[in-house]
Design a binder for this molecule. Structure first.
Ligand code: PFF
Length: 445
């Protein structure tokens, strides 16, 4: 596998991994989940889970991928070639396709809003109310599919361009731009009159929320989704990483970059929401119904709104690219397909598989899976089951199947106590915590 592609530079690699982590999860999902779970207390718990459970898993994924220098199947198969563990690679590949199938639908909504905000018709519709606007858009039969397809085509073009030419180039250009936009929006928001209440909501914890099991579950679920662990994205990106890149430092940059982005996004959103007297607990529609109303009332809001929806679409794109790369790498390696063909195949499969999600508020709005509509059910299946199962598989592979020396050497953790703590977290803490969450989710079905 000596002709396997590699990242051209460490900074390109870090930007691509942060690009994967930073997505709809940091802006759309973080803001409404934090809003529903009490703000500050949720934020503290989320940060604890990111660094205690998330960071060790990011190190594990990168180490396993770099060790394999191959796709997800090779990584799980590596410790004992030919064993059933290779199916764990198939599982995460299929899981990435499932995530993409509904993630691309929401990414499509963001693109529609960005286009509407830049061309102006998003603002002309203010009189009918954004609740109506959003509802009539997502319940349309053709439109959500078209916007979803547009996002998928963009992601496929990037992945078809290769690890350096496509993925690294896109992230090198977009990630610094997104950082500037989100910081700009936050600086603007915290200077609005009445912004303090929004800042306090996000940063001042209500300690009683710590005792509530559902706040813990929401924080852990958000940490997993926001980092994007469990579906072999870091494992696959890690397989293009040369030995010369420092592994633990890269993992810390990913976890810190992702959580900083979420906090700054919170600082852009909550002060504005409070400043205009809006309820922060409005749920998934916060970004698509509440915020356009807020933008409309702000000075230069039209410009800020366009910047916000550009940010949302572009952040979603860099995450979609990373999810697409997981199954594409598998097809290229297993079926000796060209990268272009593999990308076209996976992209088409995602579009077809995503149709029920795209239509779940219109044509298929009567279909219920348990308490959920189709898109919500896909999201719940991913955060409550798929990501935790993927996390357990990775933790068990590195913690139990690799030899102790091998695991520690691959992680590059220098201090013995750090290396031991890391292994201990992977061997016991991750499997036990995630198994508890899985049981809890299963009993809530
Ligand atoms: N981390 C991405 C986000 O915050 O939007 C979403 C994601 C990417 C989830 C990759 C899962 C994954 F494997």
């Amino acid at each position: 596998m000596s002709d396997r592609e590699q990242w051209s530079s460490q900074s390109g690699f870090i930007l691509a991994t942060i690009g994967s982590a930073v997505g709809l999860g940091n802006i759309w999902r973080f803001s409404y989940v934090a809003g529903e779970n009490g703000g500050g207390a949720f934020l503290v718990l989320y940060l604890i889970y990111v660094f205690v459970i998330g960071l060790p898993l990011v190190i594990a994924e990168l180490a396993l991928g770099r060790r394999a220098q191959g796709d997800a199947i090779a990584a799980f198969d590596g410790p004992a070639p030919g064993s059933r563990w290779r199916y764990a690679g198939v599982f995460v590949g299929a899981g990435a396709v499932l995530i993409l199938s509904y993630y691309s639908v929401i990414a499509g909504w963001a693109l529609k809003y960005f286009t509407g905000a830049s061309l102006g018709h998003l603002w002309d519709t203010a009189s009918e109310g954004y609740g109506r606007y959003f509802q009539s858009f997502i319940s349309h039969t053709g439109e959500p599919v078209i916007w979803q397809a547009a996002m998928l085509i963009a992601a496929a073009l990037v992945v078809a361009g290769g690890v350096r030419g496509g993925i690294e180039t896109l992230n090198r250009f977009l990630m610094p731009l997104l950082a500037v936009i989100i910081i700009g929006l936050a600086v603007f928001a915290v200077t609005l009159p009445g912004a303090q209440r929004g800042i306090a909501f996000l940063l001042a914890p209500d300690w009683s929320a710590f005792a509530r099991a559902e706040v813990h579950a929401a924080a852990l679920g958000q940490a997993f989704f926001s980092l994007g662990i469990g579906m072999a994205v870091f494992l696959t990106y890690g397989s293009y990483m040369p030995r010369s890149f420092p592994l633990p430092r890269s993992a810390v940059a990913i976890a810190a970059g992702d959580s900083c982005f979420a906090i700054v996004a919170g600082l852009a959103i909550f002060p504005a929401v409070f400043s205009f007297g809006i309820d922060p607990t409005s749920g998934p529609e916060l970004a698509f119904i509440t915020l356009p109303q807020v933008f409309l009332q702000m000075p230069v809001g039209i410009l800020l709104g366009a910047a916000f929806f550009f940010l949302l679409s572009a952040a979603a794109l860099t995450s979609m690219v990373s999810l697409l790369e997981v199954p594409v790498a598998i097809l290229v390696q297993r079926l000796a397909m060209s990268r272009r063909r593999a990308t076209a195949l996976v992209g088409t499969a995602v579009l077809v598989l995503g149709l029920p999600s795209a239509l779940s508020f219109g044509l298929l709005s009567d279909v219920r899976i348990g308490r959920h509509g189709i898109l919500d059910a896909a999201d719940a299946a991913v955060s409550n089951f798929l990501l935790p199962i993927g996390g357990i598989l990775i933790a068990l592979t590195v913690g139990w199947r690799l030899s102790r020396q091998d695991a520690i050497a691959e992680s590059e953790l220098q201090h013995p106590w750090l290396a031991n703590a890391w292994l201990w977290v992977l061997m016991l803490m991750v499997p036990l915590t995630l198994a508890t969450i899985l049981l809890q989710s299963a009993s809530a079905l």
